[in-house]
Design a protein around this ligand. Structure first.
Ligand SMILES: Cc1cc2nc3c(=O)[nH]c(=O)nc-3n(C[C@H](O)[C@H](O)[C@H](O)COP(=O)(O)OP(=O)(O)OC[C@H]3O[C@@H](n4cnc5c(N)ncnc54)[C@H](O)[C@@H]3O)c2cc1C
Ligand code: SF4
Ligand code: SF4
Length: 417
């Protein structure tokens, strides 16, 4: 099977989906395993060959997810609303992730941190690397929201004999890392997870920005916000806000035209196998206050949280609204996608979402649930034979509330026999 492995990382992340996945399995998020020496380990680590989430969860926690929030958020010991003090203005949110990576190096707890900077000359193309100094980690702040082969850096880790490592990455990467952890010869591994959904190949991100923004080349930061709008910050500091309902995904070939098949078959938005996950979606707004949320999952996650705690301000988790009616409507919409409504209707919907929509933790629950359902529908539609291997059991439990609407609309049970 041909791979892209001969190419250096800074070239790989610039490739289109077609070039990048040539010769790869149908479902691949380019986590980095197959680009280097770890490639023979693909079959036993790839989340798209065999999703071992529940087995790995059992190994990590001694149990699987309990009913309730864990079905959506993954197993956790604590949830905190947090903000780095002072906020790092170069960071994606307040900069907790990179501050934590830097602190691990500063305190001599690790000898290297796998993190992701931008390919020189680009703002958004990811280039994973092994940071050896706190300054290098801090300089990697900010999202490069494209597929990034972070695990390929493990070749360098092994080559330099490094034994104590921190890894910052997405759920598909962390799945493979956990599956291989015992074989890596590491004495200590800290896994800092970021939530991740709907990732793209770099050229598709550029297409997306062109459609969304009036001035795509001056966008320096963007995020899908909890107020149901994409916020795009420009070089001059002004913020362009685009309602989710106004995003013209049709121009991009729909979701399936822009997101890789792997990301549409992904069921670990919240990075459930990390030691702690640091994101933003369950945190309160306004975005200028840069609140984030963290799910502390393991004992090592508690160690990480205690390490960064003196640098943090703690906020209050909040929640509002009710995701359930929207979720039922969403299942119907997946079955019968409506035509794009006219502008005044979209304006009204956007207003309703902002004023009456879900907030805080309930927003996070709603978004995760929708992605689980959308991806289950995608897998059944496009990769039906893989369902048993790649859809973990908690997905059906998490979606049980809408099993009746699913059955009504799709004419089959939600849970496989
Ligand atoms: C594609 C993508 C989608 C995301 N979607 C969500 C979401 O829906 N909900 C949510 O709550 N959070 C999401 N996040 C995470 C969120 O946007 C922030 O990265 C997180 O809150 C950390 O913010 P920070 O200020 O602490 O990070 P910073 O201190 O700015 O550090 C960011 C870290 O992210 C790493 N990173 C950047 N790009 C990538 C990449 N492509 N792959 C792997 N690692 C990378 C960098 O190495 C750096 O260590 C997403 C991140 C990415 C990359
Ligand atoms: S997702 Fe990772 S392990 Fe799976 S095929 Fe792609 S590179 Fe290989
Ligand atoms: S959406 Fe899932 S498969 Fe795609 S990069 Fe993110 S964690 Fe990996």
């Amino acid at each position: 099977m041909a791979t892209t492995s001969a190419r250096p990382l800074h070239e790989i992340t610039l490739l289109s989906q077609a070039e990048r996945f040539k010769g790869r399995p149908k479902l691949c998020s380019d986590c980095g395993v197959c680009g280097g020496e770890l490639r023979p380990a693909m079959a036993r680590s790839c989340v798209f060959v065999h999703n071992q989430h529940e087995t790995l969860e059992l190994r990590l926690h001694g149990r699987n997810r309990r009913d309730g929030d864990e079905l959506l958020f993954g197993i956790y010991r604590a949830i905190h609303v947090i903000r780095l003090r002072p906020v790092n203005p170069q960071a994606q949110w307040s900069g907790v992730v990179t501050a934590l990576g830097a602190l691990l190096l500063e305190q001599g707890l690790v000898d290297g941190v796998i993190t992701t900077r931008a390919v020189p000359g680009t703002r958004w193309a990811p280039l994973p690397f092994l940071a050896r100094t706190p300054a290098e980690v801090i300089a990697s702040a900010g999202n490069k929201p494209c597929l990034s082969p972070n695990l390929e850096v493990l070749d360098e880790v092994r080559a330099c004999g490094l034994k104590r490592l921190a890894f910052i990455g997405t759920g598909c990467q962390v799945h493979a890392l956990r599956a291989l952890e015992a074989e890596l010869g590491l004495e200590r591994l800290y896994v800092i997870g970021i939530p991740c959904t709907d990732n793209t190949a770099y050229p598709d991100l550029m297409r997306f920005l062109k459609v969304v923004s009036k001035s795509p080349e001056t966008v320096v930061h963007h995020e899908f916000m909890q107020d149901f709008r994409v916020h795009l910050r420009h070089e001059d500091g002004h913020i362009e806000k685009v309602n989710f309902v106004d995003l013209d995904v049709g121009t991009l070939g729909g979701e399936r035209g822009i997101f890789p098949p792997a990301c549409l078959s992904c069921f670990d938005y919240q990075n459930g196998l990390s030691d702690l996950t640091i994101g933003y979606m369950g945190a309160p707004l306004p975005p200028e206050e840069r609140w984030q949320w963290t799910l502390v999952r393991t004992e090592r996650g508690e160690e990480l949280f205690n390490l960064i705690r003196p640098c943090l301000e703690l906020g209050q988790p909040t929640q509002g609204g009710n995701r359930r009616p929207g979720m039922r409507a969403y299942v119907r919409m997946l079955r019968r996608p409506p035509r794009r409504p006219p502008a005044p209707v979209r304006k009204f919907v956007a207003w309703m979402q902002r004023s009456r929509g879900t907030k805080g933790l309930e927003f996070a629950r709603g978004v995760i649930e929708m992605k689980l359902m959308r991806n289950l529908v995608y897998v059944r539609d496009q990769h039906a034979r893989l369902e048993r291997r790649i859809v973990p059991g908690y997905v059906y439990r998490a979606l049980a509330d809408v099993a009746d609407v699913y059955e009504e609309e799709f004419g089959r049970p939600l849970t496989p026999p």
